[in-house]
Design a protein around this ligand. Sequence first.
Ligand code: ADP
Ligand code: ADP
Ligand code: ZN
Length: 208
Amino acid sequence: MADYRILLLGPPGAGKGTQSKRLADEYDLDHITTGDALRENKEMETEYGTPAEYMDAGELVPDPVVNEIVVAALEDADGFVLDGYPRNLDQAEFLSEETDLDYVVFLDVPEDELVDRLTGRRVCPECGANYHVEFDQPAEEGVCDECGADLVQRDDDTEETVRERLRVYRENTEPVVEHYRDEGALVEVSGEGTPDDVFDRIQDVVEN
Ligand code: ADP
Ligand code: ADP
Ligand code: ZN
């Protein structure tokens, strides 16, 4: 099996976590996600304060904290799908010094749909699986299909914080998308339709 190195880009709520998990399972890749890693260390004291102070406000956690997470994760990975990083141009430059990428896939979803996806998101605190109260329900309401844990709503999935995260995305992360587009590396995939539809489109990119 090829050790693909895949970067999934897209706004908050585009389906990066959902699709990354499928890619990791299908191709036996490591799922490297700065968001999950930061949530596991939300109260960790750094010289910049705790990640929670930034995350709960919808702001970016300072680059040195995030870069360190990515370096450690890349060291252990052969093939990987990277999700939630890079989120600004400095992180993109840092990443290019650390590794090459085989595919840069951009998941495109209109903004009003993003708000609906994020405010209805429910996550499993044990295994990280994502659900949606309307679009992707677990078999039993409020319970993770994969591990049986009780689902929760993320602290930053309130409408107010979602709006701020989308603003931060436009300001800091859209230039990253443009950067990969200018390099000719970006493959754009529609993130609309069911998660299965989207996964089929991504598989087309990876396998052809
Ligand atoms: P991201 O990691 O990009 O923020 P997620 O994968 O967590 O996005 O998805 C955000 C929310 O949208 C979750 O509640 C998820 O269940 C839901 N979702 C993911 N893909 C789709 C889709 N294709 N259609 C509708 N809802 C989706
Ligand atoms: P989403 O799934 O909505 O895109 P994530 O789980 O990727 O959200 O990220 C949640 C929060 O974690 C971000 O709003 C930000 O505060 C922090 N974060 C995650 N990745 C990064 C990163 N690469 N740089 C800075 N902050 C990050
Ligand atoms: Zn679970």
